[in-house]
Design a protein. Structure first.
Length: 545
């Protein structure tokens, strides 16, 4: 991209960009101050995840008085209708919408499709009928979305989709399976390998189902120190089908780069939960696509794997029935969902004693990763009271006081680690979780171990790792793409704009068996009452006249 786009690529460039736009505006006095206020509003909107801001008539008139809107050349600001964009996000929305609008229905042999559906869904019950209807639609589209909460059978449906695709094609297909993070990729790969056995198809079709899931960054070809990828419009990926899991986590920029790196022949299926948190970065792509009448979106509603009480709590949160959600947490009969107000740090520390006991009992690395997934603490804030930082430090202090952690150094036996930066050279990426353990092959030197999608373990010296943090506690955003047996959600002492019903819903639905919520009643109720509504133009651009 050109300099107009590149100058906006870093949030750290906020002041410099604002200064550049003010200096080139040609505005003076009150107009200049009002112009700066608009720029600050737009930058704050981008940090919230919006792609643009709305303009009234006075603001539009002010902008058109500036030099930025007096010429026909490409400029760093764009007015589209009554919305103000930085060029970068306006460009991404346009490119993504144009690409998606090029997709159409996909021709199938109707007789063969019907026979396959009867074989893969032989039981005439309501659940089987819903899943059959979903695949009937998806198999006949070039671009589609499968949405559903945890435990609604999305992965089972994807495995059947992959097998049926192979049978319908009657040839070897080139299929890519991807997820936004390494954790999500590993979970999808395990699930696919478990579910493909026992499919109503011959062994040749089962073995043709891809057994490797990678991250989007690895698929596109990550370039160290660059936001660009090896694969792009000029150097596209060559696949017949792309399946993207945990699609709610993908921001506007990455989704645009992914879709534009595909050939016109590549069909796309996005899988995710439209009710989950949107991406950390800009845009709410999955929600926008799901709301579009152009994109075929199939929703799975029945939950198979969830504890029924967790499912009920998630439903109340998603429907913003805040008082009922609180009452359920306070109800002693709701054993799987519990409210907690005091002594939560001792409770958390006790839970992690079990993890360190497994280390002392010489559990394998794979077993330790399973044990680490038994319990997690999720927070909304990174710093401050009841934050990720406070809980991580509190757990470490208590574990040292109890002689569970023996080393006083930063790197100690059993330290769980969350990666914050991509490093293609080391092969670790933002969101990957590792465990610091002694390596018998290196004279018991401490190494950080990471699970690999192929079932192996990668070992890296702590000193070589990119930016990371202790991972007894994570933000809710960082937990996306993961499942845990038990989850504790810790909310701050007072309400702040981070708290929304999507945050609470996402945290609750990370748990399979049990949920604890540490929160003041009014804080939780206020959070559930607030719904994220990101401002952008993608939905409008996907309307068909």
């Amino acid at each position: 991209m050109d300099k107009v786009v590149d100058i906006q690529s870093s949030r750290g460039m906020g002041w410099a960009l604002r200064h550049f736009l003010l200096a080139g505006s040609g505005l003076m006095g009150g107009d200049k101050k009002n112009f700066e206020a608009l720029l600050m509003e737009l930058q704050q909107a981008i940090q919230r995840g919006d792609t643009c801001i709305s303009l009234g008539a006075p603001e539009q008139a002010l902008l058109f008085r500036s030099r930025w809107f007096n010429g026909g050349q490409k400029q760093p600001l764009v007015i589209a209708g009554n919305k103000l964009y930085f060029y970068r996000y306006w460009h991404y929305e346009n490119i993504l919408a144009e690409k998606i609008l090029c997709y159409s229905a996909y021709k199938r042999d109707k007789a063969l499709l019907s026979r396959l559906l009867e074989r893969y869904f032989p039981v005439a019950d309501p659940d089987s009928t819903v899943q059959r209807d979903v695949l009937t639609k998806v198999l006949q589209q070039s671009f589609s979305v499968i949405s559903g909460g945890p435990g609604t059978g999305k992965t089972t449906l994807v495995v059947k989709l992959l097998a049926m695709e192979q049978e319908l094609a009657n040839r070897s297909l080139k299929i890519a399976l991807v997820a936004p993070t390494g954790k999500a990729a590993i979970r999808l790969q395990y699930a696919i390998n478990e579910n493909r056995i026992g499919l109503p198809c011959d062994e040749k079709i089962q073995s043709a189902i891809p057994q490797e899931v990678t991250t989007i960054h690895r698929l596109l070809g990550f370039r160290y120190g660059s936001s660009l990828f090896i694969h792009n419009k000029s150097n596209p990926l060559d696949y017949d089908l792309l399946v993207v899991d945990e699609a709610s986590m993908i921001d506007l920029s990455l989704m645009t780069k992914l879709v534009t790196a595909l050939t016109a022949q590549t069909r796309v299926v996005l899988v995710g939960d439209k009710d989950q948190l949107s991406s950390v970065e800009t845009g709410s792509v999955l929600a926008d696509l799901s709301a579009s009448t152009f994109v075929t979106t199939c929703e799975l509603l029945k939950t198979y794997r969830f504890n029924t009480q967790i499912k009920a709590l998630a439903f109340l949160v998603n429907q913003q029935r805040a008082s009922e959600a609180w009452a359920m947490l306070m109800d002693p009969a709701s054993e799987a969902v519990n409210g907690m107000e005091t002594e939560y740090m001792d409770f958390i520390t006790h839970k992690y004693h079990c993890f360190f006991r497994a280390i002392a009992d010489k559990a394998t690395v794979s077993q330790l990763f399973e044990k680490l997934a038994d319990f997690v603490v999720l927070c909304t804030n990174k710093r401050g009271p009841k934050s990720v930082e406070a809980i991580n430090q509190g757990v470490e202090r208590r574990l040292r006081d109890n002689n569970i952690i023996l080393q006083q150094e930063e790197w100690y036996l059993g330290r769980p680690v969350l990666i914050h930066e991509n490093d293609s050279v080391l092969g670790v990426f933002n969101g990957d979780v590792g465990i610091c353990l002694p390596d018998p092959e290196q004279n018991n030197q401490l190494m950080v171990c990471f699970e690999q999608s192929n079932g192996g373990i990668k070992k890296i010296l702590p000193s070589r790792l990119p930016k990371s943090q202790t991972a007894f506690s994570l933000t809710v955003h960082k937990s996306q793409g993961s499942q845990y047996r038990e989850v504790m959600l810790v909310l701050p002492e007072s309400y702040n704009p981070i708290l929304t019903k999507e945050v609470v819903y996402t945290a609750v639905t990370r748990a399979r068996d049990k949920v604890w919520v540490v929160a003041d009643k009014e804080v939780l109720i206020q959070a559930i009452k607030v719904k994220i509504s990101r401002q952008g133009g993608l939905r409008g651009k996907l309307r068909v006249n």
